[in-house]
Design a protein around this ligand. Structure first.
Ligand code: PHE
Length: 340
């Protein structure tokens, strides 16, 4: 029996238990109610009396070794299991639902970025304007159709006439009244016009208007500034062309087309096969406007331009219905997730 116990002791020492299942097998085999050690105690009964002391100690010793081995491994596996519960490196990562910027915000930020880099400040003004800032200071004749009820949302008629601004040129009047040249500023903002809502027109939209006033500012400066802008927004290949136009606040005035970036100016349905897309209005600030804002038009000259952000966004992202911008359809907005 001594040899048997010795053999078992060696066997236990050489055991490699590497997981909880193996540990349970070990427990059943050695310490279970029908296990090896239980059998040894049964055998022990038939050991001659004179050997009982010695053999009894050996069996007890073996039981202790087995129990120690069992409890130390149990502890080890349990603590490993707890650690594992804290950090499970094999678990798939959680998907964060990131928001998206509205395309108008994206393009507005992009336009601001282009002009900030060439020294333009950003100016802000109220959306509810008086007649002076929206029309009179900008050289609108009293009977100009833009003042008409059909174009403008009036809040108050009569002496204290107040209306929702129809363009952000009103902000530029405020800047000219409050700052001395040189002035280089852009005014992004929401504007309102009394139009029936359709795919191509809306009762509100967004503009960025620019103003540059200094000594010796020329039409050539305006052209180069706008060409730079077009290349930054539509790519290095972009070209512009200017067509004569009319605005009360600029003289001469022009409308600016950019070469169609959708068909590379070859002609498509967006540019109606002309290869050109109209993107903004511009011109040299009318001396009457400078004078109305307290700037000496014999010393200073300047240019101004204005564009609709929706229009630029439409061309960049091929959105063909203006209503999409304000319907808050999450499926529309979600498409701009990674655009910034
Ligand atoms: N204010 C004009 C508009 O709303 C745009 C414009 C700005 C044109 C400056 C010329 C110069 O349409």
């Amino acid at each position: 029996m001594k040899e048997k116990i010795q053999l078992l002791q060696n066997q236990i020492k050489e055991l490699k238990i590497s997981n909880i299942t193996e540990l349970e097998q070990f427990r059943i085999q050695f310490l279970g109610t029908k296990g090896i050690i239980k059998d040894l105690y049964t055998d022990f009964k038939s050991v001659p009396n004179e050997e009982k002391k010695e053999i009894g100690q050996l069996v007890n010793n073996l039981r202790e070794i087995a129990e120690d081995l069992f409890s130390s491994h149990k502890e080890l596996f349990e603590s490993a299991e707890n650690e594992g519960a804290k950090i499970d490196f094999s678990r798939p990562g959680e998907v964060f639902s990131i928001g998206s910027h509205h395309p108008i915000s994206l393009v507005r930020a992009e336009i601001i970025d282009v002009f900030s880099k060439i020294g333009y400040a950003v100016s802000d003004g109220p959306e509810i304007e008086d007649d002076w800032h929206n029309f009179s200071a900008l050289n609108f004749p009293p009977e100009h159709p833009a003042r008409d009820m059909q174009d403008t949302f009036f809040i108050e008629k009569g002496e204290n006439e107040m209306a929702l601004r129809t363009h952000t040129s009103s902000v530029q009047v405020r800047v000219m009244e409050n700052q001395k040249p040189p002035i280089r500023t852009i005014s992004p903002g929401r504007v309102y016009r009394n139009e029936a809502i359709s795919a191509r027109a809306h009762c509100f939209f967004h503009q960025v208007e620019g103003l540059y006033i200094d000594k010796d500012v020329s039409f050539a400066d305006l052209k180069q500034t706008l060409l730079h802008f077009a290349k930054e927004i539509f790519g290095e290949k972009a070209q512009i062309r200017l067509r004569p136009s009319y605005f009360p606040f600029t003289e001469p005035s022009a409308e600016v087309d950019v070469s169609c970036s959708i068909c590379n100016a070859k002609g498509c349905n967006v540019c109606k096969n002309t290869g050109w897309l109209e993107i903004l209005g511009c011109g040299m600030v009318d001396p009457n406007v400078l004078e109305a804002c307290g700037i000496d038009s014999t010393i200073y000259s300047g240019f101004a331009f204005g564009m609709g952000i929706e229009r630029i966004t439409q061309l960049k992202y091929k959105v063909n219905d203006l209503r999409l911008y304000s319907e808050n359809d999450i499926r529309f907005i979600n498409q701009f997730k990674s655009s910034l």
